[in-house]
Design a protein around this ligand. Sequence first.
Ligand SMILES: Nc1ncnc2c1ncn2[C@@H]1O[C@H](COP(=O)(O)OP(=O)(O)OP(=O)(O)O)[C@@H](O)[C@H]1O
Length: 263
Amino acid sequence: MDGAASAALTLDTAISVSRVGKTFSARHSVRALEQVDFTVQRGEFVSILGPSGCGKSTLLRMVAGLIQPDSGGEVHVLKHLQTQMSDDVGVVFQTHNMLPWETVEANIRLAAEVRKLPKKDIDERVEALLPLLKLEKFRHNYPHELSGGMRQRAALGQILVMRPKVLLLDEPFGALDALTRDQLNVELLRLWQEMRQTVLLITHSISEAVFLSDRVLVMSERPGRIIEDMRIDLPRPRDPRKTKEAVEFGHYVAQLGHLMGVD
Ligand SMILES: Nc1ncnc2c1ncn2[C@@H]1O[C@H](COP(=O)(O)OP(=O)(O)OP(=O)(O)O)[C@@H](O)[C@H]1O
């Protein structure tokens, strides 16, 4: 890391991505990312918007330690060079990862049990999580007995049980209808306000990004670069109706729409 990049790694930095590029060379060579640089402070909620195929998921998987950048690029999470997955970082994908033959509660307990956390601690964590996720009444249900929104809430629970300091969300509500998605966004904000993890969210929805975030990063067409880093100065806590009716909300949405060429 050079001087400037290391200076950016202040005490409060949770995620630092510096000079990251990625070329995949499977069937044919694809340059997915080019010179990506950004930092996320501890406790910040940051969203990434960008056209389909610009490398958003690739970037998130790098922050998760699932794939490595090309030489020269570095990703640090909580001051550690990210070379593999760690329990400090939780990732939720668009499709859930629940075992169909286990109940909601058993699925939520799973990661903590695999890591052999004391039963008492797991019990406490699950009892705290179920009401937060509004799943108390469904704890004994199986995944196929849940609605899509409940399944994604349970999937979030499977990750939150590990109390990750950094939460990476790859379009976690992307497959849901608009109404359920709006409801889950409100719940996600509520959870974040209680737990205050650092969150990095990938979304295709401009209004979702503005509603949830402290900052929105916009990526270019592939190879993806960060072309905008916009601070969202809307007051918190954010009431959905008041926030979305605010003139400033409309301005942010319009500015981002313009940058993404959708206006
Ligand atoms: N494991 C891989 N092997 C080869 N190519 C890959 C791999 N993963 C991603 N790519 C390519 O890298 C590019 C970026 O993909 P990525 O999934 O990161 O984009 P994205 O912005 O998340 O897309 P979308 O918004 O459509 O989900 C694509 O061209 C994709 O085909």
